[in-house]
Design a protein around this ligand. Structure first.
Ligand code: DAK
Length: 259
């Protein structure tokens, strides 16, 4: 029985809803484990042809990793957990042999945008806002964001998003190619489901090979993920990280010592 993830399987579509609305669906360790478990269960389930991933409520897809949980990690823990996250959730989704569509229903920030970027396709509602605010916390993305964001939108735009830590709106995300479509909030799930149904008419085996082939084309950059994991861990040893996360939890602006 899962606590923070709801799975509903209907007509070949597995709808996965991340359900911690009071924390804007922030990803704590348990939520990540549950997402990983859900995908593992879909792998050999012939009733599942396409997966749609979304967040509960109208406000957020996922507002990031749970800042309360990682605020006191050490460098070694950061590196270790980033590696585990890559292997048990984010890479699993990216390499999943059935199509995965993220339906972004609000804020997709930090780990939340990284989760959406590991899906094969993103559809956003008009009220969605996306960003990688990690540098405002003295951190870098640790779940593949430094790699997948430039793959999707190009280096220049990715650097701007990473350096500024600012959010972009749905229209800008569409313009950048970060999302494939933008629709009204009340049409989001229906649009994702229609897309899923249209994919289902095609060969599930062939689509699995498409995922493998498309991802193989990105392998040249695979070492980038290792660099991200190590650098992400190093962030936890900095004074800037301690100031960044403490400031967020104390609801004040950070004043970074630069060390
Ligand atoms: N973690 C924990 N709680 C969060 C949260 C988060 N990421 N985002 C929001 N919440 C909580 C808020 O603290 C608040 O809780 P209460 O005060 O009510 O107890 C509640 O959700 C509602 O949020 P707000 O009151 O802030 O709502 P607003 O409408 O005013 O603002 C917002 C919405 C999305 C602009 C704001 O909540 C916000 O700035 N949230 C934080 C965004 C953010 O910085 N996210 C984290 C990015 S860093 C890791 C790998 C990867 C990562 C970490 C570790 N390892 C491998 C260990 C990734 C890191 C990130 O994702």
């Amino acid at each position: 029985m899962m606590e923070y993830v709801i799975v509903e399987i209907n007509d070949g579509i597995a709808l996965v809803t991340i359900n911690r609305p009071k924390q804007l669906n922030a990803l704590n360790k348990q939520t990540l484990e549950e997402i990983g478990e859900a995908f593992e269960a879909f792998r050999d389930n012939n009733e599942v042809k396409v997966v749609v991933l979304t967040g509960s409520g109208e406000k957020a897809f996922v507002a990031g990793a749970d800042i309360k949980e990682f605020a006191d990690f050490s460098g070694a823990q950061g590196t270790e957990l980033a590696k585990t996250g890559h292997m048990t959730v984010f890479n699993i989704i990216e390499e999943f042999p059935k199509p995965v569509i993220a339906a972004i229903n609000g804020f997709a920030l930090g780990g939340g945008l990284e989760l959406a970027m590991s899906a094969h396709i993103r559809i956003a509602s008009m009220n969605a806002r996306m960003g990688l605010p990690e540098t405002s916390l003295g951190l870098i993305p640790g779940y593949g964001g430094t790699q997948r964001l430039p793959q999707l939108i190009g280096k220049g735009r990715a650097f701007e998003m990473l350096f500024s830590a600012k959010m972009i709106d749905a229209e800008t995300a569409l313009n950048y190619g970060l999302v494939n479509h933008v629709v009204a909030p009340e049409e989001l799930l229906e649009t994702a489901q229609k897309m899923a149904s249209s994919f289902m008419k095609n060969s599930i085996v062939a689509m699995g090979f498409v995922v493998e082939a498309v991802n193989a084309g990105m392998l040249e950059g695979a070492i980038g993920y290792d660099v991200e994991v190590q650098a992400f861990g190093d962030c936890f040893e900095t004074e800037d990280f301690k100031e960044g996360t403490t400031a967020f939890l104390e609801k004040r602006k950070p004043s970074f010592p630069g060390a």
